[in-house]
Design a protein around this ligand. Structure first.
Ligand code: SF4
Length: 406
């Protein structure tokens, strides 16, 4: 069987840096976009050229930053490079993150022609005062019109990101945001709790007492309400922060994010671009986080690096089997239904997960944070070989994951 990878492309450009953001992204650097596109193409050719045989791309994801700042012709040229170096799987999920405040006319039609089949909108809130506080550059009206344009262009898989636990956000305002977005009939939702990061304007304002810190109890109430509401609206929660609409009366939702499932199942992915991370050939690696350095590295042809690394790789760590097992637990337990399967674990590592992690599992079960669940292997047959978080542990995930760090 040919190897297959998820491909991640990082687009580190934004119009304005949002007040809570600590991602690898830069405002005011748009002039570098053409050189950046060339560098991405060179990196694809470099990494692809080091493969012994052309591999499959099972998903492609452009994240950021603001990928929607790049034009359709720029994406078309990147896709030519991907096609030259990888087989794009006929069912590949191909996603673009879109900021609703950046769209040019006919953008979505162009994206469809290039091959995109999924859009992930960064919405965060439906209230103008909250969007202003977050320093988002778009309005809720922009979201409505972006949603309409994407549907008109034929997109049948739309995802919306929302943030809860904002300073001074009430439960009612959060409920109104979720309800308004659900009324748009999305296929997928990601709900994230605000974290206040050092080095961001939010971090500085919180330190000086200029904004109240989010109330963790209220944030928990918001999460639990959203969980119940989304379930009642036909969404299946499949990860701590992710819900997919399930139009089938039986079976699983076809709208789970295939690209992110690859991460949570601890399967290989290749990262391209400034600050991108990858995991392949037994290594986790990261690229330089400077756009200028990235472009420079990819325009010099003196570098020799073996797959999966590129001239822009800044660090690479070999993943030994113990680490791989720990990471498989930490990532897999994020999957609220699927969890970590005993049989899959044994097939991958040649040992039982309850042998390797007997102490941790025992302890976490005593606290009511883990449970054995059933895996549906067909409509009629079930097996109970799934280790997963209990419902109450979904809010305490980090405490569980910590137990699996060596
Ligand atoms: S649009 Fe996204 S990546 Fe860009 S600054 Fe805002 S939160 Fe960060």
């Amino acid at each position: 069987m040919k190897p297959s990878y998820a491909l991640y492309f990082h687009i580190p450009f934004c119009r304005h840096r949002c007040a809570y953001c600590d991602f690898t992204t830069y405002a005011g650097q748009d002039a570098l976009i053409p050189a950046y596109v060339d560098a991405l193409i060179n990196e694809i050719a470099f990494v692809g050229g080091n493969l012994t045989e052309k591999a499959y791309a099972k998903s492609i994801f452009f994240g950021g930053g603001t990928p929607s700042l790049m034009s359709v012709p720029q994406y078309a040229s990147i896709f030519v490079a991907i096609q030259e170096n990888f087989h794009i799987h006929p069912d590949a999920e191909i996603s673009l993150e879109v900021n609703p405040g950046t769209l040019s006319p006919n953008y979505f039609e162009g994206l469809r022609e290039v091959g995109f089949n999924r859009i992930s909108f960064g919405v965060q809130s439906a209230h103008s005062d909250e969007l202003k506080m977050l320093e988002r550059i778009h309005t809720y009206e922009d979201v409505l019109s972006a949603n309409l344009s994407a549907r008109k262009a034929g997109f049948e898989n739309l995802s919306f990101d929302l943030i809860f636990g904002l300073p001074e956000q009430t439960l009612e305002k959060w409920q109104a945001t979720v309800k308004l977005i659900v009324d748009l009939a999305p296929e997928h939702l990601s709900l994230y709790a605000l974290t206040i990061e050092d080095g961001t304007p939010f971090g500085r304002w919180a330190e000086r007492g200029m904004i109240p810190l989010p109330d963790p109890d209220l944030a928990a109430e918001m999460y639990e309400w959203a969980s119940g509401y989304l379930e009642a609206q036909g969404f299946e929660q499949y990860e701590i922060s992710n819900w997919a609409r399930n139009p089938r009366s039986k079976g699983f939702s076809p709208y789970k994010c295939q690209h992110n499932l690859q991460y949570w199942r601890n399967l290989p992915y290749l990262g391209f671009g400034t600050g991108a991370h990858g995991y392949a050939a037994g290594m986790r690696y990261a690229n330089t986080s400077s756009i200028q350095k990235y472009i420079k590295c990819l325009h010099s042809d003196s570098a020799t690096k073996d797959f999966p690394l590129s001239p822009a790789t800044r660090s690479a760590d070999e993943i030994v089997p113990t680490t791989e097992m720990n990471e498989t637990m930490m990532l897999g337990l994020r999957l609220t239904q699927e969890g970590v399967s005993k049989s899959t674990f044994r097939a991958r590592f040649g040992v039982g997960l309850e042998d390797v992690f007997a102490k941790e599992i025992d302890e976490l079960m005593k606290y009511g944070l883990l449970e054995w669940g059933q895996k549906e292997i067909s409509e009629v047959s079930k097996t109970s070989d799934i280790l997963r978080l209990t419902k109450k542990a979904r809010l305490l995930g980090n405490q569980v994951f910590r137990r699996f760090v060596s």
